[in-house]
Design a protein around this ligand. Structure first.
Ligand code: ZN
Ligand code: MN
Length: 509
C-alpha cells in the first residue's frame, strides 16, 4: 500500500560530481489526537493554555501510580500503520527506556522497544522521473514528555504534555536528498490527517522529526551515522540535512573522521551543533514494563480496524486518473476539498442518465471521455464552487447532483447557452426547483424565437460602420467584437455558432 503520491519538484542534493552522496533515515514522532492521554484519563490537549492543570498522579510519575493503556490510541496508531503498509503485530509489548531528564518525572519513558506495534511497511514516494520506494522499519507507541520552557533565565515545566500519546515512525535510510525527506514528511502529514489520527501541525510540535545522516562515496560509507534531533519545521529539515552534508564533506576533505554523534539544529545560526556522542541502546537499559500486560490483538480486532479505514488518498488519486482522466490541476483542486469530488462523481453518474434521456451523444458533442469528464469537473469547480462559497458553503447550498446534472445536460443538448446556464445556476443555489422549472419561469427556454438573429446582426453592422470597414481591410480579429455586440443585444441568448455564421454571411455580402 502506498501513500499519497506527489509530483513534487526535485530539489536537494543527490549525486555530486565527486560521486559523494547522502543517505538519510527519518524518525518521526507524531502526537495521536485521542481524547485522553496514553496511560491515564487526563485530557489530551497540546495547547499551552493553563499549564499543569491536565495532570494526575500517573502522568506526573508519582510513586505507586499505575498506567492503564488507552485502547483508542491502539486503534488510531494501527490505522496509520495500515496506511503505511505495515504489518500490525498480533502481540506487542511495552518497555521502559530509562534516562534522567527534568521533563521525564518517572525517570523512564514507557515505549515499545523489543516488540513494536507494527513493522515492515513500504510507501511510494513521487519523484520527477521515477517514484521511489521508502521502507518503513517500524511504528511503535510511546508517551510524550513534559514541555520545558526557558524564559527570563529560568526553566519552567508544563506537565500537561506528559503522557500525550506518540507514535514513532522509523524509516530505513532510503532517502538520498533533502527534498525526498521533506516530501515524505508532507505525505505522512497528509496521511495522518486523512485518517483523523493527528492534526500533525509541526509548529505545535504535533509532528517532530529526527534525521539520521551518513555520507557515502560510491558503495563505500565514509563516516558514522550522525543524528540531528528535534527538527520542528519542513524548512529546518531541509536546511539541517543540507548543512550537515556540507559540514561532513569538508571534515572528510581535511581527513577528519566522522564519529557517531547526536547534533541539534540551531535555526538562528543555520547550523547543526554537537550535543553528545550518540548513546547506545544498552545505555537506556530497556526492560519490559512490569505494569502493563502484553498487548494481544485478535484477528477480529485488527480486521475491524482495517474495515473502518477510509479510502486512502492514493486510491482516490488512482480513480481520478484511471476512471476520469482528470488533469493534474483539477486533481489538486479536488484534493483540497473532497466534497467537490464527491459531488462531481454523483453528477457524472446522474448526467449519463440525463444525456441518454435527451438522446445526446456526449462523445460526439465533446470529443472524448477525457474531455467530457474534465469539462464536467470544470463546471463543478468554477462558477458552482464560487457560488457555493459566496452563499455560505455547502450547508446553504440547495443544488443536488441530480439538478446539477440536468443543467449540464440541458447545456450539452443545446437547449440553453453558456450565459443562461450561469443564470440558472445562480438561481439554483437557493431554490429547490429544477433547472428546467427555473428556465421556464424566466422565459429562458426557446429563447431563440424571442429575437430575430438576422435583424440583430444587421443592426450591429449598421451601428459599427468604421469597424466594419477595418474588418474588410483585413483586421479580422474584429469579428470577436461584433460577436460580443450580438451577444449583448440578445442578452446572451444567441448561440455563438449561429451568431458567428450570420455575421460572416452579412460581412461577406
Ligand atoms: Zn494524567
Ligand atoms: Mn521516541
Amino acid at each position: 500500500m502506498a501513500i499519497l503520491k506527489k509530483a513534487g519538484k526535485y530539489w536537494g542534493i543527490k549525486k555530486m560530481q565527486d560521486n559523494m552522496w547522502i543517505k538519510i533515515g527519518l524518525e518521526v514522532h507524531v502526537q495521536i489526537g485521542s481524547l485522553t492521554k496514553m496511560y491515564c484519563r487526563c485530557q489530551n490537549d497540546n495547547s499551552d493554555e493553563n499549564p499543569n492543570t491536565r495532570v494526575c498522579p500517573t502522568c506526573l510519575g508519582l510513586p505507586g501510580s499505575l498506567p492503564v493503556l488507552n485502547e483508542r490510541v491502539i486503534e488510531m496508531a494501527a490505522r496509520v500503520a495500515f496506511g503505511l503498509g505495515c504489518r500490525v503485530n498480533n502481540r506487542s509489548k511495552f518497555d521502559r527506556k530509562n534516562y534522567f531528564y527534568p521533563d521525564l518525572p518517572k525517570g523512564y519513558q514507557i515505549t515499545q522497544y523489543f516488540l513494536p506495534l507494527a513493522q515492515d511497511g513500504m510507501v511510494e514516494l513521487a519523484e520527477e522521473e521515477k517514484n521511489i520506494m521508502i521502507r518503513i522499519n517500524r511504528l511503535h507507541l510511546e508517551e510524550d514528555t513534559a514541555k520545558m520552557i526557558h524564559a527570563g533565565g529560568e526553566s519552567l515545566l508544563d506537565f500537561n504534555r506528559c503522557g500525550i500519546p506518540l507514535m514513532e515512525i522509523v524509516t530505513e535510510p532510503d532517502f538520498v536528498s533533502s527534498g525526498q525527506a521533506v516530501n515524505f514528511l508532507k505525505d505522512l502529514r497528509d496521511l495522518v490527517r486523512w485518517l483523523g489520527v493527528s492534526q500533525a501541525r509541526m509548529q505545535h510540535g504535533e509532528l517532530r522529526c529526527d534525521a539520521n545522516i551518513s555520507l557515502w562515496q560510491g558503495k563505500k560509507q565514509l563516516g558514522e551515522v550522525v543524528e540531528i534531533k528535534n527538527l520542528n519545521s519542513l524548512k529546518n529539515v531541509k536546511a539541517a540535512i543540507e548543512y550537515e552534508f556540507v559540514r561532513q564533506k569538508s571534515l572528510l576533505a581535511k581527513g577528519i573522521r566522522i564519529g557517531k554523534e547526536t547534533r541539534g539544529w540551531n535555526a538562528v545560526l543555520g547550523e547543526t551543533v554537537g550535543q553528545r556522542e550518540k548513546e547506545k541502546a544498552h545505555d537506556y537499559r530497556y526492560f519490559p514494563e512490569p505494569d502493563l500486560p502484553e498487548l494481544e490483538m485478535g484477528e477480529d480486532f485488527l480486521a475491524e480496524i482495517k474495515k473502518g479505514m477510509p479510502i486512502l488518498p492514493e486510491q482516490i488519486k488512482e480513480r481520478m486518473q484511471s476512471e476520469y482522466f482528470l488533469d493534474k490541476k483539477v486533481e489538486t483542486v479536488f484534493f483540497a476539498d473532497m466534497d467537490y469530488f464527491d459531488f462531481f462523481e454523483k453528477v457524472v453518474s446522474e448526467l449519463k442518465v440525463w444525456l441518454e434521456q435527451k438522446r445526446v451523444d456526449w462523445k460526439e458533442r465533446v470529443g472524448s471521455e477525457e474531455v467530457f469528464f474534465n469539462k464536467v469537473a470544470g463546471y463543478v469547480l468554477t462558477d458552482f464552487r464560487r457560488l457555493v462559497r459566496e452563499s455560505g458553503g455547502w450547508k446553504e447550498c440547495r443544488v443536488t447532483p441530480e439538478n446539477f446534472a440536468e443543467l449540464v445536460a440541458m447545456f450539452l443538448a443545446g437547449e440553453i447557452n453558456n450565459q443562461i446556464m450561469k443564470k440558472i445556476l445562480t438561481k439554483m443555489i437557493h431554490a429547490t426547483s429544477s433547472p428546467l422549472q427555473i428556465a421556464e419561469e424566466n422565459g429562458w427556454l426557446g429563447a431563440k424565437s424571442q429575437f430575430d438573429l438576422d435583424a440583430v446582426v444587421e443592426g450591429v453592422i449598421v451601428e459599427n460602420g468604421r469597424q466594419v470597414n477595418e474588418y474588410k481591410q483585413g483586421k479580422e480579429q474584429l469579428l470577436a467584437y461584433f460577436l460580443g455586440q450580438v451577444m449583448k443585444k440578445t442578452g446572451g441568448l444567441a448561440k455563438p455558432d449561429e451568431a458567428r455564421a450570420a455575421l460572416l454571411k452579412k460581412l461577406r455580402g
